[in-house]
Design a protein around this ligand. Structure first.
Ligand code: ADP
Ligand code: MG
Length: 263
């Protein structure tokens, strides 16, 4: 199945420049820049607390940034230029920009009172104004794509963790994003469910979705990532094709971290 996106044909999907973010006195992102090309799959790794989640959250303006810029498809996310500097966009504009970005969290955050199908269809109906029939038909296709055709009517509590995460992926895809962000999507799962989620993500990557994925699943990095990015203390320490980092990382901290991951 081909990927449908809201995009305009440009080759740079994401451009983050010199993003700085502090929480009080703690500088969590210390000038992080990242460019992601269309259909590129970027895997981010790094120690706990190094700023990976905060960076993803800044990309769709779940966090304000202190300085720098984030553009998706050439449009600033969260801010606009004015004479005095950057001004935060209105919630309405932020919401419009954010639609281009799908976010899959560690915890699935499905609506507990809605069925799997309704979880996938609700935002296209409410936010995009698509008809109920069309949204449900698209939701059915997406659930089939993540292998859950037989679970359309189940509420989240009647689904396993791996199934819930696959519904969450379908729900994000229902908005036809140009970019998908994943924040440790398998780390809250029992080990036997990791594979089914990783395999859906691998198919998505093979279908040409542009993705930024925080994960320590190095099998996924090896098979799907174009680029592996090592975060350390709020900075990108180094990056490159996965195999070159696995075999030839420049920094001892990267080598040590990868050896802990067992890659
Ligand atoms: P990672 O995802 O790499 O583990 P995070 O981005 O979650 O790292 O966190 C980076 C640092 O920022 C940590 O020291 C964390 O405690 C701190 N941090 C994250 N969110 C907040 C917040 N809302 N308020 C204060 N400190 C935060
Ligand atoms: Mg994190």
């Amino acid at each position: 199945m081909s990927i449908h996106t809201h995009d305009d044909g440009s080759d740079v999907i994401l451009e983050a420049r010199d993003v700085v973010k502090s929480f009080g006195p703690l500088k969590v992102l210390d000038s992080v820049s990242m460019t992601v090309q269309r259909q590129e799959v970027v895997v981010m790794i790094g120690p706990s607390g190094s700023g990976k989640t905060t960076f993803l959250r800044c990309l769709n303006h779940l966090e304000r940034i202190d300085s720098g810029s984030v553009e998706v498809l050439g449009e600033s996310v969260g801010y606009k230029e004015s004479k005095g500097g950057l001004v935060e966009d209105t919630p309405r504009v932020v919401a419009r920009r954010r639609r281009k970005i799908g976010f899959v969290f560690q915890r699935f955050n499905l609506f507990p009172h809605l069925s799997a199908l309704e979880n996938v269809a609700v935002a296209p109906i409410k936010v995009l104004g698509i008809s109920k029939d069309q949204a449900r038909e698209e939701a059915r296709e997406l659930l089939a794509r993540v292998g859950l055709s037989d679970k359309e009517d189940n509420r989240p509590r009647a689904l396993s963790g791996g199934q819930q995460q696959r519904v969450a992926i379908a729900r994000a895809l229902a908005m036809k994003p140009a970019l998908m962000l994943f924040d440790e999507p398998t780390s809250a799962l029992d080990p036997e469910m990791v594979g089914e989620v990783i395999s859906v993500m691998g198919e998505l990557a093979a279908d040409g979705m542009t993705m930024v994925v925080v994960t320590h699943e190095m099998g996924f990095a090896r098979s799907a990532a174009d680029r592996l990015v090592m975060f350390d203390r709020g900075r990108i320490l180094e990056q490159g094709p996965p195999e070159s980092l696995f075999t030839n990382a420049e920094h001892e901290r990267t080598r040590a971290f990868l050896s802990i991951l067992g890659s």
